[in-house]
Ligand binder design. Structure first.
Ligand code: ARG
Length: 465
């Protein structure tokens, strides 16, 4: 009678061993125990309120749940092979500890609304944790950027040197992506907490006078789901968390990829700290940016988790179907992956030591200032098309001599162009001045980047409220 299986009276045969193994979900849903117990407390209170639990049974159930919480928290809960899922295990244990009173708690509810509520509440918590960890990574980028407002580097398109920028501007580009991730997650969290599914029962509520609004209030929701069928079938909240998580993981992978490039001998921009690097078992000289590579690698899993979850949900008829048991592993995997990656990447970013001279030396390299020359001609009244052609020809002519714009003599360029004096050309070919010239709100001019830094700092401070 005290098996951790909440059904069976109408069956003659015990479950087949293979069927049981397939259906048993404690290995993943045990992680929802705190949320499940909170829901059970609220349910016990509600049953007592409508007169379906005597005060003594109510008290026995609450103290039993308390004892079970202690066992679970300390890892001494006696799980049994006969526990089908978390809900069955807890009811079984409650009856072991408090006798028949424990058998009264199931009235008016179903595992369908229970699991929907448990996972929803877990996701809301996990979302807050992810936002916190993401803000730490963002702060690491902002702190590094602060040090490098004047550090010049090439900006790339197609991984070809394009125009000079600053390292601060480059690092903050990553910080803004993370900012959108934080917004997306916070927005998703708002929807998670907007609609408590408890009281929906299996799919149609109960006849016992239980009030869904009281569950919502007890568990910190802002409101109640509008429709019981939707309440038990909806897993949008999980999709939103995992897909916002996948976007976040993709952002982190782009940063990670750049760190791998920067740490290469070819780029030679940055050195990753010892604590975030690994060596090779055969090549003594190696210093590998494994953390960044793993962050990049974990992204594939998180993207896979979105696909797994959506595929589970696709075309499921309303309302609850056992397929939904497969919703939890991808949610846990996505959150676990990000919780591993984000702190390791925060540390990696903080550990980076940049080679300012090397970066600055290449900032204006490879004709990266060709656009500036062309724009100067436009300032002098030229049509851009003609200016573009003229500078293009100049670059080609220099290339034929094995030279580039940056090693050409300003006098020579002035002479060839005939429209700018040597002093103006020298200024146009100065990468630091090129960054300063882009003195517009979104540009790399140091003052503008300082404004970005201030805006991001404000968001980071707001994040701790
Ligand atoms: N273990 C199930 C899950 O994770 C709980 C809900 C089971 N409901 C049911 N009607 N069999 O989805």
């Amino acid at each position: 009678m005290t098996e951790g299986r909440l059904w069976g009276a109408r069956f003659e045969d015990a479950p087949d061993a293979a069927a049981w193994r397939l259906g048993r979900s404690v290995e993943s849903d045990h992680r929802l125990w705190a949320e499940d117990l909170a829901g059970s407390r609220a349910h016990a209170d509600e049953l007592a309120r409508v007169g379906l639990l005597e005060p003594t049974d109510h008290a026995a159930i609450l103290s039993g749940l308390e004892a079970i919480a202690g066992e679970l928290a300390e890892g001494r809960f006696p799980w049994q092979d006969t526990d089908e899922d978390l809900h069955g295990a807890i009811e079984r244990r409650l009856i072991e500890l408090r006798g028949d009173a424990g058998g009264r708690l199931r009235a008016g509810r179903s595992r369908n609304d229970q699991i929907a509520a448990d996972l929803r509440a877990w996701c809301a918590e996990a979302t807050s944790r992810l936002i916190g960890r993401l803000r730490v990574l963002q702060a690491a980028l902002v702190d590094q950027a602060e040090e490098h407002v004047a550090t010049l580097c090439p900006g790339y398109t197609h991984l070809q040197r394009a125009q000079p920028t600053t390292l601060a501007q480059h690092l903050l580009a990553h910080a803004w992506g993370l900012d959108r991730d934080a917004q997306r997650l916070a927005d998703a969290r708002g929807r998670m907490l907007a609609a408590s599914p408890l009281g929906a029962g299996a799919l149609a509520g109960s006849t016992l006078g239980l009030d869904p609004a009281r569950y919502a209030e007890a568990l910190g929701y802002d409101g109640v789901a509008a429709n019981a069928m939707d309440a038990v079938a909806d897993r949008d909240f999980a999709v939103e968390l995992v897909s916002a998580g996948a976007t976040l993981a993709v952002h982190v992978s782009r940063l990670a990829e750049e760190i791998v490039l920067w740490a290469s001998q070819e780029f030679g921009w940055a050195r990753v700290g010892d604590a975030f690097s690994t060596g090779s078992s055969i090549m003594p000289q190696k210093r590998n940016p494994d953390v960044a590579e793993l962050a990049r690698g974990k992204t594939g899993r998180v993207i896979g988790d979105v696909v797994a979850l959506l595929t589970t949900l696709k075309a499921l008829p309303l309302t609850y179907n056992r397929d939904l048991q497969e919703d939890k592993p991808p949610v846990f995997d996505a959150v676990d992956s990000l919780e591993l990656v984000l702190p390791a990447m925060s540390g990696t970013v903080r550990s980076l030591e940049f080679d300012r001279d090397r970066m600055a030396a290449s900032a204006g390299g490879g004709a990266a200032l060709a656009t500036d020359l062309a724009e100067a001609l436009v300032g002098g009244g030229w049509p851009f098309r003609a200016a573009h052609e003229q500078i293009g020809e100049l670059v080609t002519a220099l290339e034929q001599q094995g030279r580039t714009l940056d090693d050409a003599d300003p006098d020579e360029i002035a002479e060839r162009l005939g429209h700018l004096d040597a002093e103006a050309v020298a200024e146009l070919l100065d990468a630091a001045k090129a960054a300063q010239r882009r003195d517009i709100s979104l540009g790399p001019a140091p003052e503008q980047v300082r404004a970005q830094l201030a805006a991001l700092r404000q968001r980071l401070e707001g994040a701790h409220d």
